[in-house]
Design a protein around this ligand. Structure first.
Ligand SMILES: [Zn+2]
Length: 202
C-alpha cells in the first residue's frame, strides 16, 4: 500500500523573506492535520514501517520536516503531540543546534536556529523519527561520490549515537535532482541507498 509523504520545512506565521517560500502558517498546518484526522489516516514513520517489516495496516501518511528549524517547537511539535501524531525530522547533522548556514551562503536567507541535540532526543523519546539530511546540506550533483558517502556515513553515525537507534533513512537535501547525477555517481548512490552501510543490510 503506497504511503504519501508530506514534506514540510517551516511552520511560521511571520516568516522572513526567503523562508516564506518554504513555510506554511499555523492555520494551514492545523488544517492539514485536521484533514489527516478527518480522512482517518494514521501518521507513521519509516522506522515504524520497517519495524513491521513493511506491513502497513491502515491508510497511513508520513509527515516530514526537512532542515529542522527550532521554531517547530513553538507550534508544530506541540500540536503533533497533542494529536498523538508522528513525524520524521531530518536535519543536516553538522548543524544540530546550529543554523541554516547553507541557505544563508547560497541564497541570502535570514539566519534560522535549528533543533538541538536535546530537542532531537526529546522527539525520539516521543516516537518521532530522526532522519539524516546529510552532514552539511550539500548538493549531491556538485560533490564527488566519496564526499557523498562521507556525508551520509557521518550523519548516520551522529544520529545513531544521539538516538541510540538504527538510522536508515536519508532525505536528500536540495537533491530532487538525482536524474541529473552522472551515471557513475548514481551507481554509487544506489549502493548506499537506503542508507545501510556495508554489512548492515538485512
Ligand atoms: Zn533541506
Amino acid at each position: 500500500m503506497p504511503v504519501p509523504i508530506i514534506m514540510l520545512h517551516h511552520v511560521n506565521d511571520f516568516p522572513d523573506p526567503g523562508i516564506a517560500d518554504w513555510s506554511i502558517d499555523t492555520e494551514k498546518f492545523k488544517l492539514l492535520l485536521d484533514i489527516i484526522e478527518h480522512k482517518g489516516l494514521k501518521t507513521t514513520t519509516f522506522e515504524e514501517i520497517e519495524e513491521r517489516n513493511g506491513a502497513i495496516h491502515q491508510k497511513s501518511v508520513i509527515l516530514s520536516f526537512d532542515d529542522c528549524p527550532a521554531a517547530l517547537f513553538e507550534f508544530a511539535v506541540p500540536e503533533l503531540l497533542n494529536r498523538n501524531m508522528k513525524a520524521v525530522f531530518s536535519i543536516p547533522t553538522a548543524q544540530i543546534g546550529g543554523y541554516n548556514s547553507w541557505d544563508m551562503a547560497e541564497q541570502g536567507f535570514s539566519k534560522v536556529a535549528l533543533i538541538t541535540t536535546a530537542q532531537l532526543q526529546y522527539l525520539g523519546s516521543k516516537d518521532m523519527e530522526i532522519a539524516s539530511h546529510g552532514q552539511h546540506h550539500l548538493r549531491a550533483s556538485q560533490i564527488s561520490a566519496e564526499n557523498f558517502t562521507e556525508e551520509i556515513s557521518a550523519s548516520k553515525m551522529i544520529i545513531e549515537t544521539l538516538t541510540e537507534k538504527k538510522s536508515t533513512y536519508l532525505y536528500l537535501p536540495l537533491w530532487g535532482c538525482t536524474k541529473k547525477l552522472p551515471t557513475t555517481f548514481k551507481a554509487d548512490w544506489l549502493q548506499v541507498w537506503p542508507f545501510y552501510l556495508p554489512g548492515e543490510r538485512k
